[in-house]
Design a protein around this ligand. Structure first.
Ligand code: SF4
Ligand code: SF4
Length: 380
């Protein structure tokens, strides 16, 4: 059966489903990619998100869509595809990369082209004033993409500047039930009629597909992942990325394919209960994520580290917090550079915290609680 799902405006490009297929987890083989895309189609998903940096994902998508057209008569042109380009290189190199993506995906024109990872000021400068500007002008002049966007793992101010540049029609951001810090940016982008994609709400949002006993208990009658999806949808986020590797990964996408209503009373109460229980466990050591303590002279990302502590202690998602913490300093500009052990105890931050937290002590304690051997990222 094929689900008849709602499709919503995504910038100035074609309308997209509430869920977007993320392809990073299906790159083992053509069979795998084909199976995942076929399941996504059945789940009412029409939007695929990829990048040349995800191994051979683009090539496999191109082949899988062709196969689906031949075997199941699913018109290739029904799909909306977003791919990306890293903010580096000169115009000739960028043209080669653009054409390679198009060739891999076996399409005549890219629907949504995103600058991949505007994570630092130099990346935004690259696209607004540097070689990226020449490339973007080439794309626009020759009508080589339906719209331009960006993805970012950068800080609030940088994303705000990227949105304000008015160059982009969509953005891919980290938006999570357990990290609402970028929600105002998403709302700003939406008010400018940009499309907004939430990056990895299941995994980077707290590994919500594997809730701890505590989180399951606090979430009462609803699975925390379903609640997280509902929260983002109700905030108006256009589409949520779903990094699937098997058919079962789509069951919530099927369940929520048309679920655009506001949060109901039950959902509001469960979210409140999760927050209340978390606050109880953290007591007066809870970081309120207000960011007043920044900037730290040693560039410690205090709110990010203490957010991992909040999630580990308050929600019991220890495995998630450990994995994210141990990636610090090992993922270049895609994640934080300094961890709690880099704190110099200068105490600059302490008087700025409205919650009167002993920040240096909490950073030390968090480091001791979360540090272990690092895991590898899915892509480099
Ligand atoms: S005490 Fe540590 S976290 Fe606070 S400002 Fe100094 S170095 Fe930064
Ligand atoms: S000022 Fe205090 S509560 Fe706010 S983010 Fe920093 S540590 Fe957390």
């Amino acid at each position: 059966m094929i689900i008849n799902s709602i499709k919503r405006p995504f910038g100035i490009g074609p309308k997209v489903s509430i869920f977007t297929l993320g392809t990073m987890r299906a790159t083992n083989s053509l069979d795998k990619m084909y199976g995942v895309i076929k399941s996504a189609y059945s789940a009412g998903i029409n939007h695929i998100e990829t990048a040349p940096s995800y191994g051979n994902a683009e090539k496999l998508i191109g082949m899988a869509l062709e196969k689906l057209e031949q075997e199941e008569k699913v018109n290739k042109n029904k799909w909306v595809i977003t791919t990306k380009i890293l903010p580096r290189g000169n115009i000739e190199q960028l043209k080669v990369k653009y054409n390679q993506s198009k060739k891999n995906l076996k399409i005549d024109r890219i629907h949504n082209l995103a600058i991949h990872g505007i994570n630092l000021k130099e990346h935004l400068d690259w696209v607004l004033k540097g070689p990226g500007k020449i490339f973007v002008n080439w794309i626009i002049k020759n009508n080589l993409a339906e719209q331009l966007g960006f993805s970012s793992h950068g800080d609030y101010e940088l994303i705000d500047q990227a949105i304000d540049s008015d160059l982009f029609n969509f953005c891919n951001l980290h938006l999570h039930l357990f990290d609402k810090s970028k929600i105002p940016l998403a709302k700003k982008a939406l008010s400018k009629k940009m499309g907004v994609l939430a990056i990895s709400p299941a995994d980077k949002g707290g590994q919500l597909y594997a809730p701890s006993k505590l989180l399951k208990k606090d979430s009462k009658t609803m699975h925390p992942l379903e609640l997280a999806y509902r929260y983002l949808i109700s905030e108006g986020i256009t589409t949520l990325s779903l990094g699937a590797s098997k058919e079962e990964d789509f069951h919530l996408a099927i369940k929520l394919a048309n679920s655009t209503s506001e949060l109901n009373e039950n959902e509001i109460n469960i979210i409140k209960n999760i927050e209340d229980q978390s606050s109880k466990r953290l007591g007066d050591s809870k970081c309120g994520q207000c960011r007043e303590c920044l900037p730290c002279p040693s560039k410690i990302p205090i709110p990010e580290i203490l957010r991992l502590r909040n999630i580990a202690i308050g929600n019991g998602q220890m495995k998630f917090s450990k994995e994210r913490y141990n990636l610090i300093g090992r993922a270049g500009h895609w994640w934080e550079i300094r961890d709690g052990s880099d704190c110099r105890n200068c105490n600059f931050c302490v008087p700025k915290c409205p919650n009167h937290l002993d920040i240096p002590h909490l950073l030390k304690e968090t480091h001791e609680m979360l540090i272990e051997n690092p895991k590898r990222r899915l892509w480099d």
